[in-house]
Each structure stands twice: as structure tokens, then as C-alpha cells.
Design a protein around this ligand. Structure first.
Ligand code: NAD
Length: 483
């Protein structure tokens, strides 16, 4: 029997008042139920918010190094369970084992990183123009932070919101995505075991329309950090901004890699292939457009097709390169976009089919798919697909490649493969993206530098990770002290 997980409110695991639960299924084998979770409603969420509000004073008064010590202890517990967490993550989200293991390690590293940051929190002392005045700033917590997270990085994203929120002295209500809440629950358990006081962290599962809306609209919530789709992000922003909560949104992408005429084509195909097909293309930073100079275009397409066709597809727990999509609905969306690409006149170079027979019968598997002869106005070059599909767009010079790279509503991550320093520098300057890479893939982030997008990829209010991650959860008091 799979475990039934409660909501975590005021330090207790409790059932929803709805009496209903939902199942979390393995996308490689949906009969395998990983766990059941509470189908909570707005009233359950309000209780969690009130518990968080009650705990704010005590937690804000706890010395920051002590808050850091709790994070550090939780990180040690997570580290000791790394293999188990990796397996759970693969079972509920589907990614390949090495990808899941890397993500779990990222969550652990994030906890350690912000635990260390605790001792450096505080403020600055500045020169005053008044005699006898000490002029300084103090960082203070905002109060209650509502964290709403997606399914695609179900342990790393909750970790990169939770750790800075908690270490800066905020209390939290965390609402994970319903497709993959189990590893987020493990973060909660680790923090509870590490000695987090009751009420400081609360965890509520259920539909976004109930739980998410309650978080965004409750007056006791001071800040909302959301990662997910643009569609939901718009709703979150509107609701949360109504009573002037601090809001941070990180959303979709249509991330380009430009392949210049000076590129090493084989290396470029590996960079694009890995960026497009790792984690089954279900990364906000996944490469979904390759913008390729016409002089290397044919060779590049051949290399990329060879890369895609060499990937083994199958359950993430077995030794495969690419796992399933997370759900039937995500697979349907991908198949719809593959039909759109064909109808728009793009050339299907490889892939294009869902895998439904034999060993693939039960899961949500799809072939890695490459379209060539794509033009920038096509929907497959404009809309986020969130599956293993890449559109290859030919261009005739550098200026056109940058214009095409910028020709979408999104601006999350962008890269260029080139051996030409002028092109590389111009690309860094001219591309509209929050993350820019030279001779690297669009995916993959370091935890100690800011992460976020431009244009429709982000609210552009605050970045996440690194020191920027702390800023979002901190308000500043400026003190003029003349004694
Ligand atoms: P989603 O928008 O469907 O859901 C995200 C979260 O919002 C979930 O917890 C969901 O339950 C909740 N939610 C749904 N309706 C809500 C409402 N009305 N009010 C409040 N909360 C609500 O996204 P998803 O399908 O879980 O994730 C995939 C999307 O996330 C993709 O678009 C991807 O690009 C994006 N993403 C962005 C980043 C980034 O950092 N930019 C990282 C990962 C994923």
C-alpha cells in the first residue's frame, strides 16, 4: 500500500478537511502509485497560513546562525538519504537516474550554501553626513512567504525557495505541484527532524485553484514566490499584487542556441542535443530552437539527428538516457505540437512518434524529435512545447541569428556556439535573456549566481539563487543612530 501523506501544519501531519486524497503515479508505469496526498481546500490552506503567521515572531528572533544550523542539519539528513530520494524522484517525475541524482544533490548543496550564508546576513554601515550619527541598514524578514512550485524540478525548486526564505527568518507555506510532491515532502521532514520550530514551515497539497489561490489572496501572506507556466503566473501576479504582496514569478522559455559558421559542428550538435533532450525536454531552460548559419546547416542537422537517434528511451530507473514525459496530458501536448510542426510545413527529420507498444506500453514515452526548415514565425518556434522537440532554423548571418533569437515573447536562457570572439561578445550584449552562455548548453545553472528571465519568462522583480535569492525574502530598515 502506498503511503498517504498529510499536510504539515503547526508541526503536525494532518488530513485535509475534504477527506479526499489524490494519487501520485510513476509516469513510466502509471499502475505504480508512489504515494497519496491530501486534496486540500482553501480552509486547509488558511489554517496553514495562520500557523505560519503565528510563528513569525519567534522565528525572526531566532539568531540567523541558528537558523543556518537547522538548514545544515537538514542537508546532512538529505545527504544520508540521497539514493532513496533519487529513486523516489525518478518514480514520481520520470527523469533518468543520473539526472535525478544530480537534482537531489543540487537540493542538498542549496541547503548547505544558504546555511553558510546565515552568518553573513545583516546589513551595511555607511558614512553619515551628520556628526555623531551612525548610519546603517538591517535586513529583516518579510513575514510569511507562500511558495508555489512546478513538477519538473520537484526537489531543487522547492529547495531554492525554501532555504533563502527560512534562513532570512521568514515562515513558509509550501504548495508543491500535484504531479510530484513526494520529494518536496522529504525536504519538510528533514527540516522538521532538524529542529525547525512548529509553524515555521507548513506544507499543503492540492489543486492550484484552491491551495494556490488561497496563498495568493490571504492577507497574512507577505510574499509569493512562484515558478510555473506563464498562464498561471499571470493569475498569481494579479491576485498577489492586489494587496501589494511582494511577488516573484519564474515562468516559461523558448531558449535558443545559435550555431555560428565558425562553430565546431559536432560539438554544437552535442550542446543542442543535450540541451533539448536531457530531462525529456521538460526544463524551463531546455533548448527548443537551434538557430544555425546556412554554411553549416546541413552538417548540423545530420549531427543532431544522429545524436537524437543514439539516445536510449525507457524508464528512468533502468539505464536509459531519456525517461518518459511526466503525464498523459504533457505527452498529448507534445504530440499536438508535433502535428502543428508538420502542418506548418517544417521537415520532420527524426522522431515524431509516441512510443506505445511493447516495453513502452504503459508509460508516457515519446521519441526525441528534430524539425528542420523551421521559420521563426511558426508556432513550434514561438510557443513553449515542454517536451523533447527542437526546431532548427536556418539563418544567413550573425545579425539575423540574434534577431531570430530575440524574436519570441520569452527571454530565459540563450547560448551561442562559436569560435569568433566578436560574435560571442556581441551575442552576450545583444541577446534578450536572463542567462547567457557561450559554447555551453542553455540548461544547467550554478547555485551561487542569480537566475531568472527577461520578458514573459519572469516578473523581473527579483532573481532567485545566490545572494539575489536572499534579497527577495528580506526587507531593509535604515537606521540613523545618534546617541
Ligand atoms: P503550472 O503553472 O501548471 O503549475 C505551477 C504551480 O502552480 C503548481 O503547484 C500548480 O498547482 C500551481 N497553480 C495552478 N493554478 C494555480 C492558481 N490559480 N493559483 C496559484 N497556483 C496555481 O506549471 P507546471 O506545469 O507545474 O510547470 C511547468 C512550467 O513551469 C513550464 O512552463 C516551465 O517553463 C515552468 N518552469 C519555469 C522555471 C523557471 O525558473 N523559469 C523552472 C521550472 C519550470
Amino acid at each position: 500500500m502506498p503511503e498517504t501523506v498529510g499536510n504539515f501544519v503547526s508541526g503536525e501531519w494532518t488530513d485535509s478537511e475534504t477527506g479526499e486524497t489524490f494519487a501520485v503515479e510513476n509516469p513510466a508505469d502509471p499502475d505504480d502509485v508512489v504515494a497519496r496526498f491530501q486534496q486540500s481546500n482553501a480552509a486547509d490552506t488558511e489554517r496553514a497560513i495562520e500557523a505560519a503567521a503565528e510563528a513569525t515572531d519567534e522565528w525572526a528572533a531566532t539568531p540567523a546562525p541558528e537558523r543556518g544550523r537547522i538548514l545544515n542539519t537538514a542537508a546532512q539528513q538529505l545527504e544520508s538519504k540521497k539514493d532513496e530520494l533519487t529513486e523516489t524522484l525518478v518514480r514520481e517525475e520520470g527523469k533518468a537516474r543520473p539526472e535525478a541524482s544530480g537534482e537531489v544533490q543540487r537540493a542538498i548543496d542549496i541547503f548547505y550554501y544558504y546555511a553558510e550564508k546565515a552568518r553573513d546576513l545583516g546589513g551595511d554601515v555607511k558614512a553619515s553626513s551628520g556628526s555623531g550619527t551612525t548610519l546603517y541598514t538591517v535586513g529583516e524578514p518579510l513575514g510569511v512567504a507562500g511558495l508555489i512550485t512546478p513538477w519538473n524540478y520537484p526537489i531543487a525548486i522547492p529547495a531554492w525557495k525554501l532555504a533563502p526564505a527560512l534562513v532570512t527568518g521568514n515562515t513558509v507555506v509550501l504548495k508543491p505541484a500535484s504531479l510530484a510532491p513526494t520529494v518536496a515532502k522529504e525536504l519538510v521532514e528533514a527540516l522538521d527532524d532538524a529542529g525547525l520550530p512548529d509553524g515555521v514551515l507548513n506544507f499543503v497539497t492540492g489543486p492550484g485553484s484552491e491551495v494556490g489561490t488561497a496563498i495568493c489572496t490571504h492577507e497574512a501572506v507577505d510574499a509569493v514566490s512562484f515558478t510555473g507556466s506563464g498562464q498561471v503566473g499571470d493569475v498569481v501576479y494579479e491576485q498577489a499584487a492586489e494587496d501589494q504582496k511582494r511577488v516573484q514569478l519564474e515562468m516559461g522559455g523558448k531558449n535558443p542556441t545559435v550555431v555560428s559558421e565558425s562553430a565546431d559542428v559536432e560539438e554544437a550538435a552535442e550542446i543542442v542535443g543535450s540541451g533539448a533532450f536531457d530531462v525529456t525536454g521538460q526544463a524551463c531552460t531546455a533548448t527548443s530552437r537551434a538557430i544555425v548559419h546556412e554554411s553549416v546547416y546541413d552538417e548540423f542537422v545530420d549531427e543532431l539527428v544522429a545524436y537524437a537517434e543514439a539516445l536510449s528511451i525507457g524508464p528512468g530507473l533502468e539505464d536509459n538516457d531519456m525517461g518518459p514525459q511526466v503525464s498523459a496530458s504533457e505527452l498529448d501536448d507534445t504530440m499536438t505540437y508535433i502535428d502543428v510542426g508538420k502542418d506548418e510545413g517544417a521537415s520532420l527529420e527524426t522522431g515524431g512518434d509516441a512510443l506505445e507498444s511493447g516495453e513502452y506500453e504503459d508509460g508516457y514515452f515519446v521519441e526525441p524529435t528534430v524539425f528542420s526548415d523551421v521559420s521563426s514565425e511558426m508556432r513550434i518556434a514561438q510557443e513553449e512545447i515542454f517536451g523533447p522537440v527542437v526546431a532548427v532554423i536556418p539563418v544567413s548571418d550573425f545579425e539575423e541569428s540574434v534577431a531570430v533569437a530575440n524574436d519570441t515573447q520569452y527571454g530565459l536562457s540563450a547560448s551561442i556556439v562559436t569560435q569568433d570572439l566578436t560574435e560571442a561578445n556581441r551575442f552576450v550584449d545583444e541577446v534578450e535573456a536572463g542567462v547567457v552562455k557561450v559554447n555551453e548548453k542553455t540548461t544547467g545553472l550554478e547555485l551561487n549566481v542569480p537566475f531568472g528571465g527577461m520578458k514573459a519568462s519572469s516578473s523581473e522583480t527579483y532573481r532567485e539563487q545566490g545572494d539575489a535569492g536572499l534579497d527577495f525574502y528580506t526587507t531593509t530598515k535604515t537606521v540613523y543612530y545618534n546617541y
